[in-house]
Ligand binder design. Sequence first.
Ligand code: 1GP
Length: 253
Amino acid sequence: MKDAIYTSLLATKRKRRKSFAVLIDPDKADTAKIARIIDLSTRAKVDYLFVGGSLVISHQLDEVVQQIKANCHIPVILFPGSPSQISPYADALLYLSLISGRNPELLIGQHVISAPVVKKSGLEIISTGYMVIDGGAPTTVSYISNASPIPADKNEIALCTAMAGEMLGMKLIYMDAGSGARRPISEEMIQLVSSFIEVPLLIGGGIKDPEKVYLNAKAGADLIVVGNAIEKDASLLAEMVNALHSVSVPERP
Ligand code: 1GP
């Protein structure tokens, strides 16, 4: 089984460094826009490019991944909204189980159906406990998943859910306020969850500025995912990555 990406995520966490991922939704980006994001991501030293969306109706997934792979060396990780979103051209797949919801289809049902295809893809498979946190407005994720998000102020529920995911063997915990969330996840929740789990913690949803990137990383996020804000204003990218990496610098004794 491949494990290069996960090994590097663990090594980064061990060094107390942070990572930044740009989320590219194949439905929202055309070739020119993707080319610009690739260019800016390379210059800003973005760590990962996530590709996926809740719907992916454009059937452009393979093309988008191939465009990225042909133009940069940043690892591509699939962040699928459904089991059909698999491209063998990517480097890894977040194998998501929606552990914050109680919809059996998204906990295990769709995984059973897609298992042979996923296995055959040859991708590095990273099991991920996916937790949707209320971001202040219904998002595509919450509608599609037909599962209630964890209320934004219920830090203990988030904590117990993440702990359960880790003890069930999930290699990552991803807390997501949903794409374009009005209210991103609070630092209090991030701090509490990160202090009780050992696996890398991914945070995304509604992060719009470098300050929030900095605060989330400082609170304990290991990897920050930003999509919408960069789609709207790609020039934010460099500032966001700089803000993140300023947290990674080890403090002097
Ligand atoms: C959504 O966490 C990702 O699943 C990114 O969210 O598009 O709001 O940055 P944004």
